[in-house]
Design a protein around this ligand. Structure first.
Ligand code: SF4
Length: 331
């Protein structure tokens, strides 16, 4: 029996020991053991829905999907240069729920919720409570955008914008599309990857019915994340003729090999998704153990270029707080 996505989300695993039990992993074999898991969980809560767990390999504590979500003792280690707001987003946050950093596009933190908690997330310390997209906040943002006619693209991000129920999301899009200068709506989401049933008929209807060009940017880091259910969801999304892109984060111990990234691009393309960005790791506090330094990132990227045709190579970029665009990592 297939549950509604919100039901599946309610049943998500919220206890790291339960996650280990389901995967037949002895927590004492992990760095920091059981107490390390519990301490990590106190700092950044475990949240993993079952469809994502089903993609993990049983009995493998090094599984690349598991490592993205399992709290380890390293979460507690302070590291110089790793900070709560690595992109200084508070400097580009003129209104609650709005980040305006680049000239032609703005980002709305349309939901503070996610369906999964990723240990490496650069917004893991983001003050979502102060940035909730209430009706009042939305009205203020619409007013702001009316005074910023150069903004022709709105990015719904978060958190995860697809954590918002269909009706509320449709309402937000309806309001946004009244802005005369707006051409495109971009949705940054990891939700279909971890909870493919999120691609409901209602959502498809909403995305198909707006006059805005819709770009759905998925967040997939490893080819193992592309399971059968996601492929079916992508097939349904493709019928709406929206543009499907993917962004990944370069993560130590997860996807820091050219061959893995090449396999990811090949798999995405087979499913009608174009590789878009490969983000150099943002130095967020609590996640230093995922960092790949820039020199190594360039070496991996050079290898990737030899394995793929140019159109399947995502752009390797780093985001700097004070730059007017993302910066390609030269090599
Ligand atoms: S915002 Fe994206 S990367 Fe961050 S925890 Fe949520 S799903 Fe993961």
């Amino acid at each position: 029996m297939t549950h509604h996505w919100s039901e599946t989300l309610k049943r998500a695993v919220r206890d790291p020991l339960e996650l280990c039990r389901l995967l037949n992993i002895n927590p004492e074999q992990l760095p920091g053991g059981t107490s390390g898991l519990q301490q990590g969980h106190q700092l950044f809560r475990t949240l993993v829905p079952h469809p994502f767990i089903n993609l993990m390999q049983r009995g493998n504590p090094q599984d690349p999907l598991l490592l993205q979500v399992l709290p380890l003792a390293q979460e507690n280690l302070p590291q110089a240069g790793f900070v709560a707001d690595p992109l200084q987003e508070h400097q580009s946050n003129p209104l609650p729920g709005l980040i305006h950093k680049y000239q032609s596009r703005v980002l709305l933190t349309s939901s503070g919720a996610c369906a999964i908690n990723c240990r490496y997330c650069f917004r893991r310390h983001f003050p979502y409570a102060e940035n909730s997209l209430s009706q009042q906040a939305t009205s203020a943002i619409l007013d702001y955008l009316q005074h910023h006619p150069k903004v022709n693209e709105v990015i719904l991000s978060g958190g995860d914008p697809l954590a918002t129920p269909d009706l509320r999301l449709a309402d937000k899009i309806q309001q946004l599309q009244q802005l005369p200068q707006l051409k495109r709506l971009r949705i940054h989401t990891r939700l279909p990857v971890v909870l493919p049933s999120r691609i409901t008929d209602e959502l498809l209807q909403t995305l198909a019915s707006t006059h805005l060009k819709v770009i759905l940017v998925l967040h997939i880091n490893h080819p193992q994340e592309v399971g059968t259910e996601l492929c079916e969801a992508l097939q349904r999304l493709r019928r709406t003729e929206i543009t499907l892109l993917n962004q990944s984060v370069l993560l130590r111990g997860i996807n820091d090999q050219a061959e893995i990234l090449a396999q990811l691009s090949e798999t995405l393309f087979e499913q009608g998704v174009m590789p878009y960005y490969l983000h150099a790791f943002d130095p967020v506090a609590g996640a230093a153990h995922f960092a790949v330094d820039d020199q190594q990132a360039r070496q991996i990227y050079a290898g990737l270029l030899t394995l793929l045709p140019g159109y399947l190579v995502p752009k390797l970029v780093r985001e700097y707080p004070d730059q007017p665009a993302k910066t390609p990592l030269g090599w």
